[in-house]
Design a protein around this ligand. Structure first.
Ligand SMILES: Cc1ncc(COP(=O)(O)O)c(C=O)c1O
Length: 394
């Protein structure tokens, strides 16, 4: 998956252009810039690639989630529905705004189960946040129908699925707002960075101000700019944006390589009895960053995971036992362990919406393995991996 694997000349040139000007900040310093506006160029290129009216780049995917929700008006006491299988960033961003994360079961798409979402909605719900984990997507058609029926914000976390699509639209562009991460291990990287995309002028205007202390960015004197509302600093630096701009130009090449490697290994899995593949909702196209499949049960999944690693097949994940991606190991969320005091109302509200277990999620995650698809594999490496899969799974 990671763009850092094919890091090269174009990234170096783009960063050098910034270093040559000495302007490392995305705003201001016009006379010194020598025409280089890397963050701005990245936003234009991203909006074009994702077919949205707007893109706004920020310092991380986590920041993108927080900025997107703040810009959609999410705040204290609002409930945000998110899946049990995600990254901790999802609930961190929600809690940072004083809102309440409500975990919800997943299905065989490995992301939000629309039926479970329907049941989780209360008068306090403001957002449905499908997280397109491991390269594939939620049933966005069903989730959009639910969010439209209840007047909710559909926020797509496409941090792990950039380049995939649903019903012909790039992932992230189907909902009201979509978020990407460009951290070091994503399909394309800025080192650290993230972005939100949207067709909403209001969300975009709020986001570009909120992520820069509330600056309205009107006029050419930064010190004289207005502050229509409170903000924070989630700015990306020009250096990070320069890397991202070069990487975005290579996204479709990376996706092509991922698809080739994914398809090779998928063919092997398709021919092994007892193995089933993650369901991709009708109309969906993966970004092929992971190959996700189900074993008949938890004990087989554990055994196969161990055997693959021992046979030298690295980059295969058993998320069920993972500290960062699955609810079972999030005791810090369950107990709301925080460095500073949280409002009592937040605690009470969160605890009242907590389930003790998510059996449907456990059913699917207990039997799921995910193979990370690397860009750097050559034919020999692909054949080696195919042979290990056949050997261990047959
Ligand atoms: C699904 C998901 N959402 C959000 C994030 C947060 O992105 P970042 O690391 O850029 O803050 C990640 C990062 O791993 C992620 O996987």
């Amino acid at each position: 998956m990671p763009g850092f694997e094919l890091f090269g000349e174009s990234e170096r040139t783009s960063v050098s252009e910034v270093l040559d000007t000495g302007v490392l900040m995305r705003y201001g310093f016009d006379p010194m810039r020598n025409g280089h506006w890397k963050a701005l160029e990245l936003e234009k290129a991203l909006a074009r690639r994702m077919q949205t009216r707007h893109a706004h780049v920020v310092s991380s995917g986590t920041a993108a989630l927080a900025v997107a929700m703040a810009s959609a008006g999410v705040g204290a006491g609002d409930e945000v529905i998110l899946p049990t299988f995600t990254f901790v960033a999802s609930f961190e961003a929600v809690l940072a705004l004083g809102a309440i994360p409500v975990l919800c079961d997943i299905d065989d798409t490995l992301t939000l189960d629309p039926e479970a979402v329907r049941k989780a909605i209360t008068p306090a719900t403001r957002v449905i946040m499908p997280v397109h984990m491991c390269g594939s997507m939620a049933d966005l058609r069903a989730l959009k129908a639910i969010s439209d029926a209840h007047g909710l914000v559909l926020l797509e976390d496409a941090c792990q699925a950039i380049g995939g699509s649903f019903e012909g639209k790039p992932l992230g562009s189907f909902g009201d707002v979509g978020c990407f991460s460009f951290d070091y291990v994503k399909t394309i990287t800025c080192g650290e960075g993230g972005a939100l995309i949207t067709d909403s002028e209001e969300i975009y205007q709020r986001a570009q101000a909120y992520s820069d202390h509330g600056h309205d960015h009107i006029g050419s004197d930064r010190g004289a700019e207005g502050h229509p509302h409170l903000g924070f600093n989630y700015r990306i630096s020009e250096l990070n944006a320069a890397v991202g701009l070069a990487q975005l130009a290579r996204l479709d090449d990376f996706l092509g390589i991922q698809e080739k490697h994914y398809s090779h290994l998928r063919t092997i899995l398709e021919n092994i009895p007892g193995i089933t593949l993650r369901r991709v909702p009708e109309g969906g196209v993966e970004n092929y960053s992971f190959l996700n499949f189900f074993l008949p049960g938890e004990s087989t999944a554990r055994k196969v995971h161990k055997a693959l690693l021992e046979a030298g097949f690295d980059g295969v994940f058993y998320w069920y036992d993972n500290n960062w991606h699955y609810y079972r190991r999030w005791e810090h969320l369950r107990d709301l362990t925080s460095l500073s005091k949280l409002p009592e109302t937040t605690k009470e509200h969160f605890l009242s919406r907590q389930a003790t277990a998510y059996p449907d999620s456990d059913h699917w995650m207990g039997r799921t393995l995910s193979i990370l698809i690397k860009l750097g594999w050559d034919q020999q490496e692909l054949d080696r991996r195919a042979a290990i899969l056949e050997d261990v799974l047959s």
